[in-house]
Design a protein around this ligand. Structure first.
Ligand SMILES: NC(=O)c1ccc[n+]([C@@H]2O[C@H](COP(=O)([O-])OP(=O)(O)OC[C@H]3O[C@@H](n4cnc5c(N)ncnc54)[C@H](O)[C@@H]3O)[C@@H](O)[C@H]2O)c1
Length: 251
């Protein structure tokens, strides 16, 4: 099995896309470490995901807090052993017209989405280097490819992940480590459903009209792409952006 008992960390694995990724990687045979910033949610998700077999453990950690990430990964190593796979998925997706955006709002989006990615990857990567094998997958957003009104902070943080992917891919290519980005678009997660209920984004049916495959995506669609990128078979794929978007934005 692909995972072969290797340890995979999924940030933001307590809900939405991250939950689906964590679930899929447990199914693939990885021992999964779920990180999340909200009290008890990582532990709860890990217990649910491993209820029917496999291993998942959860730790509370805000990815923008480097000390918290280091502490969580140290606990994970002590419990499960060295880390082989890092999936940086945790993010916030706030909306604010650009001219009304405060410096605090800008800083928070960058701190969680981009610096949080840096914290996660830099904290875990020494294990991958030591082993001479590893997989890093960042979860970006189509807003980095085509823009997003009222989400300049979010789009900028997600664009930073695309550049970080390329920089790390070439820096660690000779060490058996691949670094890739999955770019989701229009994925039906609880946080997206909340925005729909608040009327800040269109209904799933309306969105589907503009998506060539005729439906919005699921967490499982993203998890399947991650599952491939972290496999042994994907060793010649690095520095790439895999857009999982139903054909919406070709390019
Ligand atoms: N849903 C979509 O349509 C969509 C589209 C494009 C990109 N994405 C990206 O996919 C990823 C997941 O999106 P989602 O819709 O599942 O989001 P979500 O809001 O449903 O889940 C986010 C997860 O991240 C965690 N989290 C939030 N802030 C955190 C922090 N500071 N530290 C640690 N954990 C934190 C939350 O607890 C939760 O587990 C994000 O990177 C998002 O930008 C989603």
């Amino acid at each position: 099995m692909t995972g072969a008992g290797r340890v995979a960390v999924v940030t933001g694995g307590s809900a939405g896309i991250g939950y689906s990724i964590a679930e899929r990687l447990v199914g693939d045979g990885f021992r999964v470490v779920v990180l999340s910033s909200s009290e008890g949610s990582a532990e709860k998700a890990a217990a649910e995901i491993s209820a029917n077999g496999g291993t998942a453990i959860g730790y509370r950690a805000d990815v923008s807090d480097r000390a918290a990430v280091d502490a969580a990964l140290a606990s994970a190593r002590a419990e499960l052993g060295p880390i082989s796979v890092l999936v940086a998925n945790a993010a916030i997706a706030p909306q604010r017209p650009f001219l009304e955006m405060t410096q605090e709002e800008w800083d928070r989006a960058i701190a969680i989405n981009l610096t949080g990615t840096f914290n996660t990857v830099q904290s875990g990567l020494p294990d991958l280097v030591e082993a001479g094998w590893g997989r890093v997958v960042l979860i970006s957003s189509s807003s980095a490819q085509r823009g997003a009104p009222r989400m300049a902070h979010y789009a900028a943080s997600k664009g930073g992940q695309l550049a970080l992917t390329k920089a790390l891919a070439v820096e660690f290519a000779k060490q058996g480590i691949t670094v890739n980005t999955v770019v989701p678009s229009s994925i039906d997660t609880p946080s997206v459903q909340k925005k729909r209920a608040a009327g800040t984004i269109p209904s799933a049916e309306d969105m589907a009209k503009y998506i060539p495959v005729g439906r919005v995506g699921t967490g499982e669609d993203i998890a399947a792409a991650v599952s491939y990128l972290v496999s042994d078979e994907a060793s010649y794929v690095t520095g790439q952006t895999l857009s999982v978007n139903g054909g919406s934005f070709i390019g």
